[in-house]
Design a protein around this ligand. Structure first.
Ligand SMILES: O=P(O)(O)OC[C@@H](O)[C@@H](O)c1c[nH]c2ccccc12
Length: 266
């Protein structure tokens, strides 16, 4: 069993006790009642044509081990916002990534209280059921992740419809051309190519270079994983990326603002 299958199996067991039917009307009502989060999609299309940097809060991962154990999500989020990040990706999986839903709740609450403008947050987790979409909206997220390879078409439909009803954007993550076809069939508007192969964990920006030229023009293209230098960002930009999703290198960076500038300068 590859790592993604293991993680998905664990996630399905974790979510099982929470499962109940979630109707569109309930999500629409929730969306009307709660303050509107900043738009994720809008933040990824920068008016100045530069790359939008989605900065990820990730304490550890199966591939890297400990990255920044014990990091404060709120402190990291403030750092990223001040550094010019367009959006945040907050890992809320505990078992494999050391995050939690509380991280997302604390960050969006902190943004809501502070004087500086909030930036949108992606709930980065292994979504399997609309109940997690409801949690994401309640926690103040602007978007959810849909990992195409990990889900069947009925699950993707249910998650995407739930996100739309709740007023959330969906980032469809793909690794292969067939998954691009599937994502487009589901009406994906934001598609991320994960440069990390979840079988052996190596990253290859060449994957974005192969797949992004196949994207329709109106899709927002996100290149995910493996970015360390301005030269990496230049490659992603050259093949059509609007945004980069960057975790490890920004978590480790002594000066995230300088690294974000380096990525954007591409
Ligand atoms: O730390 P990196 O190599 O910059 O990668 C960030 C992000 O792309 C990666 O964490 C990621 C991409 N897709 C995911 C799905 C689940 C968990 C994590 C991920």
């Amino acid at each position: 069993m590859d790592k993604l299958s293991e993680i998905m199996a664990h996630k399905r067991r974790e979510v099982a006790p929470l499962l109940r039917p979630v109707y569109a009307a309930e999500l629409e009502e929730l969306n009307r009642r709660l303050p509107r989060p900043p738009s994720f999609a809008a933040a990824l299309r920068r008016a100045d044509g530069r790359l939008a940097i989605i900065s990820e809060i990730k304490r550890r991962s199966p591939s890297a081990g400990a990255i920044k154990a014990g990091a404060s999500a709120v402190a990291q989020a403030r750092l990223y916002r001040a550094a010019g990040a367009a959006a945040l990706s907050i890992l809320t999986d505990t078992e494999y990534f050391g995050g939690s839903l509380a991280d997302l709740i604390e960050v969006t609450a902190d943004f809501a209280q502070g004087p500086a403008a909030p930036i949108p947050c992606l709930r980065k987790d292994f979504m399997v059921h609309p109940i997690q979409v409801m949690q994401a909206r309640e926690a103040g997220a602007s978007a959810i992740l849909i990992i195409v390879r990990a889900l069947d078409d009925d699950e993707i439909t249910a998650l995407h419809q739930a996100a739309t009803a709740a007023g959330l954007d969906a980032l469809f993550e793909i690794h292969h051309e067939e998954e691009l076809t599937r994502a487009l069939r589901h009406g994906a508007k934001i598609i991320g190519v994960n440069n990390r192969d979840l079988a052996h964990f190596r990253t290859d920006i060449g994957l974005s270079e192969r797949l992004m030229p196949l994207f329709p023009r109106d899709v927002i293209a996100v290149s995910e994983s493996g970015f360390a230098t301005g030269a990496d960002a230049t490659r992603a930009r050259a093949c059509g990326a609007h945004a980069l999703l960057v975790g490890e290198s920004l978590m480790r960076a002594p000066d995230p603002a300088a690294l974000i500038r380096e990525f954007q300068g591409a």
